[in-house]
Design a protein around this ligand. Structure first.
Ligand code: HEM
Length: 212
């Protein structure tokens, strides 16, 4: 076997994981910003965001497993998960470890979504943006292929598209507004009361809040 086999596996799976990560976000943003209308889509396309996220996790697993199997870099398990334990490109690898733990939180809470408060789940889900940023910094600094023109052009294109879609999401997609209308007080039978003078005009006051 080629002695560099696992190193190649780690590089290739890192690249695939990075591309899948960005595609997961791009597809999610296309749906939430309504650039693509969910209504007419087959179920597998609306679920694609989840499938891509799951595949990303699988390829990260291969990326890390191959680093341990590789006899040149010789990563221990602690070096994989704790920043700055490894001396190999410590800063660059730390970005990857940060992205990994962020991804664990995002994916873990997505699996437990039904048992969680929607607001908590969404807040954690927004971590996907820093995860993508950390992964991009990690790939640019740690990767052997960072200077490869195809790697560069693909990265610039995908990150550019992701940035544009994120801006569209922030600027154009308004949060859903939920209006809570207070219940009318029940009519209590009693003696006829004096007519009260109108103190204000317009609809009754209501409390409302915005869902993020
Ligand atoms: C979301 C998580 C991660 C993503 C998306 C990711 C992605 C990538 C990518 C795209 C590369 C560049 C491959 C190349 O240039 O050939 C890379 C390299 C690398 N990654 Fe990760 N990575 C992640 C997490 C981690 C973690 C947790 C570690 C822990 C040690 C790690 C260690 C490395 C190392 C050592 C390299 C350099 C390999 C080389 O010599 O080219 N990565 N990663």
């Amino acid at each position: 076997m080629n002695p560099q086999f696992w190193w190649y596996v780690s590089r290739a799976s890192g690249i695939v994981a990075g591309v899948l990560l960005v595609l997961t976000l791009i597809w999610g943003l296309l749906l939430t910003s309504k650039i693509i209308d969910k209504k007419g889509l087959p179920a597998w396309l609306t679920d694609l965001h989840r499938y891509l996220g799951g595949l990303t996790v699988i390829f990260i697993g291969v990326h890390l497993g191959a680093l341990v199997a590789d006899s040149y870099l010789k990563f221990s398990w602690a070096e994989l998960f704790v920043p700055f334990v490894s001396t190999y490109r410590a800063g660059a690898v730390a970005w990857g470890i940060g992205a990994f733990w962020g991804l664990v939180l995002v994916e873990g809470t997505s699996l437990a979504q039904r048992k969680m408060k929607r607001k908590t789940w969404r807040t954690i889900h927004f971590l996907s943006y820093p995860v993508a940023l950390f992964a991009a910094l990690h790939a640019a600094q740690a990767g052997t292929d960072a200077s490869n023109p195809i790697f560069r052009i693909t990265s610039i294109f995908l990150i550019g598209l992701l940035t544009v879609l994120t801006l569209i999401r922030i600027v154009y997609v308004r949060p859903k507004r939920t209006v809570i209308i207070p219940k009318k007080p029940e009519a209590v039978p009693g003696p006829p009361s004096e007519p009260t003078p109108a103190t204000s005009s317009g609809p009754p006051p209501y409390t409302g809040h915005f869902e993020p």
